[in-house]
Design a protein around this ligand. Structure first.
Ligand SMILES: C[S@@+](CC[C@H](N)C(=O)[O-])C[C@H]1O[C@@H](n2cnc3c(N)ncnc32)[C@H](O)[C@@H]1O
Length: 349
């Protein structure tokens, strides 16, 4: 019997050790805290729907996918009174959904079973996740082996082929179950182009909240910099020359669109604070946050994506109401200390 098999999992759930029960309770609390009302959620490896069920008070826009026919049958039975819950037979490494389809993608108690497929499955989870969405993964920690062995010895003693020092257990049928340290998880997520926002210790497991690794786009006027060479360190996507006439005078601006990796944005912001001349500012966005950089100071304002414009299809943003006070400080700083002409400051509220 494959140890990722739903029958094994259902037997375990019937009489789970205390450490497992504490882990499941931590999962429930985490989902309740981190999934917003009415979000669309996909669970990869949904089993019989144990974790999806925890989400019903928050949202019924639920989809579960599993590559075990019995799991799919049991999950369908469990959600037969919820027409908006979709249960699909399929593989985690080839998800049958469009790009950016879900607000949240979860993978509860399943990541340990993915073996060599884990990177392809993470890639797929990232692909179907909306730009501002989150992935929630709950997976055995380096402290789990003792408790896992209690379960395996009770339910699958004959099936254990090998127990490795790092906590990987290989079963006779070739399936495996792994466990990970926090650093191992961080390195796996990093390679999969995901940013780990939270890695919470839940005893025998870690519960992780991940988001897409963002890239920042910025717009810099060359004439606004003390030393134009500062631009050489940045990836320039586009350069245009703009001319405008003010009070009879023609002014020429060289405007560069640049790209900065998330890991470098703080350093770049610090350098630009020193480089930018009084009277100017520059701004960057990763489409989650607007970063406005003036002389000696920068401000970050979280954004909320608005419905696409019907005519142009363009995505619009406005400031998160919780950050409007920062926006007011930025305006005040820009006009008074930064000496920027009010006419040139973008509006986000
Ligand atoms: C340990 S159970 C967890 C079920 C459920 N997430 C829960 O928390 O109760 C793991 C489930 O993942 C499914 N699974 C394992 N590998 C998979 C893959 N590559 N694609 C889809 N489902 C997979 C198994 O069939 C099984 O139902």
């Amino acid at each position: 019997m494959a140890k990722k098999n739903i029958i094994f999992w259902e037997q375990l759930l019937q009489d789970a050790p205390l450490a497992y029960l504490k882990w499941f309770e931590a999962e429930r609390q985490f989902l309740t805290e981190h999934v917003k009302k009415n979000s669309s959620v996909l669970e990869v490896g949904c089993g019989n729907g144990r974790s999806l069920r925890e989400l019903l008070p928050i949202t019924t826009s639920l989809t579960g996918i599993d590559n075990d026919v019995v799991a799919v049958k049991h999950a369908k039975e469990n959600f037969k009174h919820y027409p908006s819950v979709k249960i699909i037979f399929g593989e985690g490494d080839d998800l049958p959904f469009d790009n950016e389809s879900f607000d949240v993608v979860t993978c509860m108690s399943t990541f340990a079973n993915f073996g060599d497929k884990k990177y392809q499955i993470l890639k797929e989870m990232e692909r179907v996740l909306k730009r501002n969405g989150h992935i929630i993964i709950s997976v055995f920690s380096e402290k789990a082996l003792k408790e896992r062995m209690k379960v395996y010895r009770k339910l699958a003693k004959e099936d254990i082929k090998e127990i490795r020092k790092n906590g990987t257990v290989i079963f006779q049928d070739g399936t495996s179950s792994e466990q990970f340290s926090k650093n191992q998880l961080l390195s796996i997520f990093d390679k999969a182009a995901l940013r780990a926002n939270i890695v919470q210790d839940a005893g025998i497991a870690y519960i992780c909240k991940l988001s897409k690794k963002s890239v920042w786009k910025g717009w810099i006027i060359e004439e606004s910099l003390e030393d134009k060479n500062a631009l050489l360190k940045l990836k320039i996507l586009k350069s245009v020359i703009e001319r405008n006439t003010e009070a009879g005078q023609v002014r020429v601006w060289h405007l560069d669109t640049v790209e900065v990796d998330d890991a470098d944005i703080d350093k770049v912001a610090q350098q630009l604070e020193k480089q930018i001349k009084l009277g100017y500012y520059t701004h960057f966005t990763d489409f989650n946050t607007l970063l406005i950089i003036f002389k000696d100071k920068s401000f970050r304002i979280r954004l909320i994506e608005q419905p696409k414009e019907a005519e142009t299809g363009a995505t619009k943003f406005k400031a998160n109401p919780e950050d409007l006070h920062i926006w007011k400080h930025a305006l005040d700083y820009g006009i008074n200390n930064g000496k920027v002409d009010q006419r040139y400051i973008v509006a986000v509220n």
